[in-house]
Write a protein that binds this ligand. Structure first.
Ligand code: TYC
Length: 98
């Protein structure tokens, strides 16, 4: 066909990977100091930021520790839950798609 149109693909081919939120849940038994330790050890928070996040979880029920690609979020969630279990605390860490 002489007048066949060429459709230019304009969609960007550089894809950004989906991100996942890693969240800590409140409970009645985990000591506040342990939650602060987790935030420092696994999420590189300083004392003041860790305290702020811990108190937000304590008052609102949950709080954001960080946003990561799937594999990093999964690893952190697993490591935090393992560390909490090893220390006999019921602290729960979950991940959710952004
Ligand atoms: N609510 C807990 C207490 O009063 C403290 C706590 C904070 C527990 C944050 C879990 O993710 C949490 N000891």
């Amino acid at each position: 066909m002489a007048d066949t149109e060429v459709i230019t693909e304009s969609k960007s081919k550089t894809k950004t990977p989906p991100l996942y939120r890693v969240i800590l849940m409140n409970d009645d038994y985990t000591p506040m100091d342990f939650v602060i330790l987790v935030l420092k050890k696994f999420f590189q928070k300083d004392a003041s930021e860790a305290t702020k996040i811990m108190l937000q979880i304590h008052h609102q029920g949950s709080g954001l520790c960080g946003t990561f690609t799937y594999e990093i979020a999964e690893t952190k969630t697993y490591q935090v839950n393992q560390f909490s279990r090893q220390n006999r605390h019921p602290l729960k860490c979950v991940m959710e798609k952004e």
